[in-house]
Design a protein around this ligand. Structure first.
Ligand code: ATP
Ligand code: MG
Length: 288
């Protein structure tokens, strides 16, 4: 089993062909029990690293999740973050923008939700929707209140990629690490998951007829993802393409990546100086 996670990272400047990228790889686990044990171990490690991130209080970590419907974003977020102290973690789900949000530039609403130092922020969808769903349905631009001369339908995507790259570079230069996950499922796996949702009354709420409408634009979405990932994969803010036909495997891979990013940060627990140590000694004596 090849446990390397680097192979899932999109290399900056390299040509991407989404159709050639597998939606399934050899699993990182041997059985359901083995999966649960692995996930527990990884959760514990992540929890320790999160505590260090919080105590060190210099870096923030932003995890961005993008995917087609039913790819397992919600489940991955829930499982990966289980066991993490909720005080150090914020999750935001971005839906269609409100009227207030549309009165600002396209990075405004997500900027307000960025994690503070010491925290992990999770974006369930993000500003990337602006070059994905909006690219597949460019008529959405008509509601974005942009000045006419800036609505150049050809140049707008390149400009948005540039804005995103510049914004992410800026964040990284100021201490926020950014990791982006695209959960990659096959069209057939999506069909099976939609059917399972229809067949199970407890999952009906998860299914909307608009999901099927978007499925009809599958190839356009794949092209939009391909171009977007290629244009915005940078060494500073990498994209990972997670094979997601197997939900359990996807969750393990994501956990491994988050842990390796946290480990790469130069963090330590704040050390106590002489004065503080003397203070603590005095308090200890009083308590004794
Ligand atoms: P789930 O279906 O699992 O609850 P979801 O993320 O699919 O989660 P929905 O309420 O079904 O949530 O869909 C949100 C919709 O909002 C998606 O279709 C997404 O493409 C759309 N959306 C998000 N951001 C934007 C944006 N900036 N512009 C236009 N549409 C957007
Ligand atoms: Mg949905």
């Amino acid at each position: 089993m090849n446990k390397s996670i680097d192979r899932f990272m999109v290399q900056e400047g390299l040509h991407l062909l989404m159709a050639d990228i597998p939606t399934e790889v050899e699993p990182f686990y041997k059985s359901k029990n083995d999966y649960e044990k692995n996930l527990n171990d990884l959760t514990e490690e992540m929890s320790n690293l999160q505590e260090l991130l919080y105590a060190h209080n210099r870096y923030a970590l932003l995890l961005i999740f993008q995917a087609m419907d039913a790819a397992g974003k919600d489940g991955a977020i829930r499982h990966v973050m289980s066991g993490i102290n909720p005080q150090g973690c914020q999750v935001y789900s971005f839906k269609q923008p409100s009227a207030e949000e549309l009165d600002h530039d396209f990075l405004w609403r997500t900027t307000c939700r960025l994690p503070e130092r010491g925290r992990i922020g999770i974006f369930n969808r993000s500003y990337y929707e602006e070059v994905l769903v909006v690219r597949v349905h460019p008529e959405i631009l008509d509601n974005q209140n942009l000045p006419e001369e800036l609505l150049d339908r050809k140049g707008i995507w390149e400009n948005r990629y540039r804005s995103i790259r510049d914004f992410e570079d800026h964040m990284v230069r100021n201490g926020t690490r950014i990791v982006k996950f695209y959960l990659h499922i096959s069209k057939d796996e999506q069909r099976k998951r939609f059917l399972a949702r229809i067949d199970n009354p407890e999952k009906h709420w998860k299914f909307s007829s608009s999901d099927v409408k978007e499925r009809n634009h599958w190839d356009d979405y794949m092209r939009a993802y391909q171009e977007c990932l290629q244009a915005t994969a940078t060494a500073a803010a990498p994209w990972y393409i997670i094979p997601a036909d197997d939900k359990k495997n996807a969750r393990l891979i994501i956990s491994h990546i988050v842990i390796s990013v946290l480990k790469s940060l130069k963090m330590q627990y704040p050390s106590s100086g002489d004065v503080r140590r003397a203070d603590l000694d005095t308090i200890r004596k009083m308590l004794d």
